[in-house]
Design a protein around this ligand. Sequence first.
Ligand code: AMP
Ligand code: MG
Length: 322
Amino acid sequence: MITDSVDEIASIVKNGGIVVFPTETVYGIGALATNKESCLRIYKIKNRPSDNPLIVHFASKQQIKNNCIIPKIAESLLNEFSPGALTLVLNKKNESLFSCGLDTVAVRIPNHTKARELIALTGPIAAPSANPSGKPSYTRFEDILNEFSGKVDGILQAEEPSFGMESTVLDLSKGNPILLRTGSIDQKTIESRLGIKIESPMNSEILSPGMKYRHYAPNGKVFISKYIPSLNEIIAMQKQKSKNQLKSIDYSNLVIARIGFSIDDKTSLDRVIENNLDYMSSIYKFLLDCDNSKVEIIYCQEPNDGEFADTIWDRLKKASLQ
Ligand code: AMP
Ligand code: MG
């Protein structure tokens, strides 16, 4: 069922159904967080690795307090950034919240009125991003309809995600905050607003199950470059490569798309972005458009230094892994 009625979607959720709904970051595919069977259906629909836990979405701080242990630092972070694009991993108080058998659970209050209205009616909703596992997250209603019509029990038609990028995930279950995933709130912004230091385990140990999986990858081959090369330069580079590999390929039909701050010979497949914020909220749309247009070669310009650079780098690197 596709509807703009929060009540209808809420009754589907309460009856154990799976729904897709927008938040301000990306679309989520959700089920009642206390219904294990329903939560497990999400893994099948997304083809998600079974040890990667889901973010549980709440309508209010009080609802989180009823279900989780909130250390002082979490209280301050919630006061400063909730509702919003910050997810906190906390120790569970309510054992029946689904989190892949862990003692911890990732919690977030979305800054999207209809999403919060829904969760206020149903109770906590476990919802990862609504996209096939390993693919870019979806941020447009049209992409959601193409992918999920007939596969889920309900789709909520409401304001589309405005950020276009997932939440930042911090682990608070072990004391000091640890960054588990970069996202649409910059690490330095959090640090300076609270006067705290966030640890980054990114290259050392895997603390979050989601960190070990390939992500955000389009079908085409992704190259990251300091400046965007012209189409002629890209074709010449590809020719050289296949010459080295002794392959003979027809380059006349090679489908190429580029995203960057400046593109001299721009085509309709290319996307020019203005700044890092624009880059961050455009990257998934661009990568999905590449798949829809069967793009084979994708060039992405390096982000500028500064705010959101870490998040954009993270997604570009993961998208470029084949
Ligand atoms: P998504 O798949 O977009 O919903 O992303 C959720 C992210 O949060 C993934 O990287 C998960 O591995 C991570 N996550 C969720 N729950 C936990 C948890 N209890 N402990 C650590 N990481 C978690
Ligand atoms: Mg995801």
